[in-house]
Design a protein around this ligand. Sequence first.
Ligand SMILES: [Zn+2]
Length: 140
Amino acid sequence: MIAMCPNCGGLNNIPKERLNNKPNCGKCKSPVYSGQPINMSGTQLTRAIEKTNELLVIDFWATWCGPCKIFALAFKQVAEQLEPKARFIKIETEKEQVISTKHNIRSIPTLAIFRNGKEIDRISGALSAPDFTNWVNQHI
Ligand SMILES: [Zn+2]
């Protein structure tokens, strides 16, 4: 599994059987998995999509969006439960407009799943925590 360190952006090649052993980054020694969603810039997201083979679950959100704030709690809760089987990433669409346009984000929240450089699923609108878990689990 090629995973990107949330602290330094370094790429780590982690054997599947070691994913649950709280691996540390080979470069900066920080934990590769924190059980928390990661706020990324557009550049970081593109790198994660192109260079890793993790299941990337992305929440495109905005500060003014009420449903986004409610969904953020479910996103955090499910990240705690499912990491390291998936990587949970947040993109603030107003700050990261280039990447949001690139991925054709027309409404928020939009939830998208990427793996191996490709988008494999997308949902527009917030989900309950159980529905969100089920949706992510379909791709794990
Ligand atoms: Zn690192």
